[in-house]
Design a protein around this ligand. Structure first.
Ligand SMILES: *[C@@H]1O[C@H](CO)[C@@H](O)[C@H](O)[C@H]1NC(C)=O
Ligand SMILES: *[C@@H]1O[C@H](CO)[C@@H](O)[C@H](O)[C@H]1NC(C)=O
Ligand SMILES: *[C@@H]1O[C@H](CO)[C@@H](O)[C@H](O)[C@H]1NC(C)=O
Ligand SMILES: *[C@@H]1O[C@H](CO)[C@@H](O)[C@H](O)[C@H]1NC(C)=O
Length: 462
């Protein structure tokens, strides 16, 4: 962050080739409380803390020059004046890996718009600092200073309150679980990653997150970036349960599975040159980008969720991971409100994710059935429900491909809005373009609070 660049302190560089820590500003994880429950009257407050994803950090060389150049349209690239990518082979990207340091996020509030009080966390979309603007943030829950807290979902439930009243069209405020390594990938990617969970490394998700600067501890590259698209590594893929992708107009819950149980984040295009096809936007993926999803608006319940609708945007959400069905309900004025069942023919008459729902969804919505290709339901139970996952919260308007239209709008034409599954929310797709969404959501902030986790039935009194 430019504010810090006035401190031109000498720095001793370790000599190995690795994703490293800077030592200009100390990392100060904001404290955050959540609760582990065994019954609604027996929840234990855990005093933990949060860490900012490495991708939001200042990456600089030993002379405090920016390693990464960011453009207003979301493109970013390694700064050729600082490090040399060579032919983008693993050996030549080591130059960027070894020269570029990941800086501590000294000031979560003023640099990144992140504040915590007890069990409440607020994340702002836009934070202006002296010579720069920060957009959005992604945070992970820590168990201790250098290790993420992990959760196994099956048989458990999660409840939290969320205030989305200021989060408008095109912005996604999200809470979910991803199968990241609890140490941020230090052990798996030894000797490449020296920064670890303390510096928020190792993010991956079911969309094969493709704007990561480092994947597997190494500087990530992709020819798409050179061609002027946004940053593309080949993506950091891992199973994901997106509990809550949302704004004031729409929300969805979804599961994303991967091709192999032993998924391996791919550090660059050399891993699998056929994987990313810029014209087809990622087919066939290593992880099922779309997965299986439940968005009540898309399922036909257009008057259920949103400002002035049955369930407002400041609510307690409960998610249950039962073996045969994973579903949500809301608590509003002390009453349980269930999510409406789908109205489209061919879908089960019950909300949430079930084998039946996930098996037929792509067909009813006339989409490529990637779920079936990956042997959907058993894979989901194994990869998503049964393995330890890391809790992630984020806010951003940074989907430069599809403008978050998959969340709150319709596919960009020519599609017929009357076809099943085309409309996912009431937002006009033109308003969702990220720079427009950022400009019109200058005051947007999401407030998460009272996160509770425990066996089914333990987190809320009904
Ligand atoms: C309350 O929870 C703790 C663990 O968090 C457990 O050891 C204890 O047995 C529980 N008490 C009751 C009455 O369930
Ligand atoms: C957690 O923090 C609160 C408030 O700072 C304090 O009252 C409580 O004793 C702490 N609990 C534990 C288990 O450390
Ligand atoms: C990185 O590349 C630059 C420019 O080609 C070169 O001067 C420098 O020696 C390289 N550094 C390392 C550590 O390989
Ligand atoms: C945070 O918790 C402390 C200790 O329990 C309490 O005194 C304080 O009022 C709480 N702050 C807020 C904003 O709720």
């Amino acid at each position: 962050m430019p504010l810090l660049s006035i401190f031109l302190l000498p720095l001793l560089l370790p000599s190995s080739l690795a994703q490293k820590k800077g030592n200009l500003s100390p990392e100060t994880h904001p404290p955050f409380q959540w609760a582990q429950c065994t019954s609604p009257t027996n929840c234990t407050t855990i005093n933990s803390s949060l860490v900012l994803d490495a991708n939001w950090r200042w990456v600089h060389d030993d002379k405090y020059r920016n390693c990464v150049e960011q453009n207003p349209d979301g493109t970013q690239w390694w700064n050729p004046a600082v490090c040399d990518l060579g032919d983008e082979s693993p050996a030549s990207t080591n130059n960027c890996t070894s020269k570029c340091l990941l800086e501590g996020a000294g000031d979560y509030r003023w640099s990144y718009g992140i504040t915590t009080t007890n069990a409440t966390l607020m994340q702002k979309l836009v934070t202006r600092i002296e010579f720069a603007t920060n957009y959005g943030s992604r945070l992970f829950l820590l168990e201790k200073k250098d290790r993420y807290q992990t959760f196994v979902l099956l048989g458990n439930e999660l409840s939290f309150e969320v205030d989305l009243s200021t989060v408008g069209c095109g912005v996604n405020a999200a809470l979910g679980f991803v199968a990241m390594d609890a140490d941020g990938g230090m052990e798996r990617h030894e000797p490449w990653n020296e920064a670890g969970a303390e510096y928020g490394t190792g993010y991956c998700d079911g969309w094969c997150q493709d704007r990561q600067r480092f994947v597997g501890g190494r500087a990530a590259t992709n020819k798409q970036g050179a061609r002027g698209y946004q940053w593309q590594s080949d993506g950091a893929c891992c199973p994901e349960f997106a509990v809550w992708n949302s704004n004031a107009h729409s929300y969805s819950m979804s599961s994303h599975i991967c091709e192999n149980d032993d998924y391996e984040p791919c550090p660059g295009p050399w891993c699998d040159p056929t994987y990313y096809d810029p014209d087809e936007r990622g087919v066939p993926p290593k992880c099922a980008r779309k997965g299986c999803e439940y968005n009540p608006y898309r399922m036909g319940a257009k008057e259920f969720y949103g400002k002035g609708k049955l369930v407002d945007t400041t609510r307690n959400v409960v998610t249950r991971w039962e073996e045969d069905r994973q579903y949500q309900f809301f608590i509003q004025d002390g009453k349980r409100i269930d999510v409406p069942a789908p109205t489209w023919d061919g879908l089960p008459k019950q909300s949430g994710l079930s084998k039946e729902m996930c098996d037929v969804q792509a067909n009813v919505f006339m989409e490529q059935d990637i779920w079936a290709v990956h042997n959907g339901w058993p894979t989901h139970q194994r990869q998503v429900l049964s393995r330890p996952m890391v809790l992630v919260t984020s806010i951003d308007a940074a989907d430069w491909y599809t403008w978050n239209t998959w969340l709150d709008s319709s596919k960009i034409p020519p599609y017929d809005d009357r076809d099943p599954g085309v409309e996912r929310g009431p937002c006009p797709w033109e308003d969702n373009e990220p720079s427009i969404a950022r400009a019109s959501n200058g005051q947007a902030k999401v407030v998460w609070s009272n996160i509770r986790f425990g066996p089914i039935g333990s987190t809320v009194e009904l």
